[in-house]
Design a protein around this ligand. Structure first.
Ligand SMILES: Nc1ncnc2c1ncn2[C@@H]1O[C@H](COP(=O)(O)OP(=O)(O)OP(=O)(O)O)[C@@H](O)[C@H]1O
Ligand SMILES: [Mg+2]
Length: 262
């Protein structure tokens, strides 16, 4: 079942001659419980797609559905609530509040929402802190944490409220290979353990290879959309073949092309 649906979504920047078409009539559904990887060269519209789908920016045309709600029709207040309650976002730059400890950062969405943390949520936060290997660092502020640790705090914050969907825009872009692998492992574990729906932008073909689905963008258009059998639950990513579901999709060629362009 699709949990988020984009219908004929376009995004333009600028006006008249300076107009940039960042996203061009994109229609796609994000499936519940799936790990979807978004790939494409720089400027192809990946971040634009993520920001629109997460309600962080407004569309120029089209609609975006969370269940029966078209979020492009929501007012600011409702949209803020949707972002806070239904969506988790993990950025390339970790976006933590520097004056708050790791734990306070994780709890921030609840504080903003004026919600007390009940026993179930407390348990989930404890689970996450352990899963993410943060128990020793929970009372440290971001400047006392490594990049990998900061990103793990950001992931814990995104996961804590059990959002319908997590959008992660190059979450490993500022990390070394060891921390990248760790962050990716944790995100996949969340898909497996919590049935978390995850959409992640990545330039790394190895990371995309572990997704359930790979969507390629070029010039704001979806040029391929491929389901793989080797998604987050599978044991051996190398063993599975790509299984085209839409378009004329030279998926493997696309992945290879991207890896050389970056
Ligand atoms: N605020 C903006 N004003 C004008 N043009 C913009 C703006 N944001 C993005 N664009 C343009 O829209 C297009 C898509 O940008 P986007 O950031 O979505 O690309 P991307 O695929 O995320 O690239 P990268 O891999 O470099 O992050 C690009 O041509 C970009 O220059
Ligand atoms: Mg981007």
């Amino acid at each position: 079942m699709a949990i988020v649906n984009l219908q004929n979504v376009s995004k333009y920047y600028g006006t008249a001659e300076t107009r940039v078409v960042a996203l061009n009539n994109v229609t796609l559904g994000i499936e519940q419980g799936e790990f979807t990887a978004i790939m494409g060269t720089s400027g192809s519209g990946k971040s634009t797609l993520m920001h629109l789908a997460a309600g962080l920016d407004s569309v120029s045309e089209g609609s975006i559905w969370y269940g029966n709600t078209d979020i492009t029709k929501l007012g600011d207040k409702s949209l803020t609530l949707l972002r806070r309650r239904n969506v988790g976002f993990v950025f390339q730059s970790f976006n933590l509040v520097p004056t708050l400890t790791a734990l306070q950062n994780i709890e921030l969405p609840f504080d903003l929402d004026g919600k007390t943390i009940d026993a179930t949520t407390r348990q989930r936060i404890n689970d996450l802190v352990n899963l993410l290997g943060l128990s020793e660092r929970i009372h440290h502020t971001p400047d006392q944490l490594s990049g990998g640790q900061q990103q793990r705090v950001a992931i814990a914050r995104a996961l804590a409220g059990s959002p319908d969907v997590i959008f992660a825009d190059e979450p490993t872009g500022n990390l070394d290979s060891h921390n990248s692998a760790e962050v990716l492992r944790i995100l996949r574990e969340a898909v497996k353990r919590y049935g978390q729906t995850l959409v992640m932008v990545t330039h790394d073909p190895a990371a995309a290879a572990t997704a359930d689905r790979i969507i390629h963008l070029r010039d704001g258009v979806v040029i391929s959309d491929v389901r793989q059998q080797n998604g987050a639950g599978a044991a051996d990513p190398a063993a599975a073949g790509a299984n085209p579901v839409a378009g004329a999709n030279p998926a493997a060629a696309g992945v290879a092309a991207d890896s050389t362009e970056k």
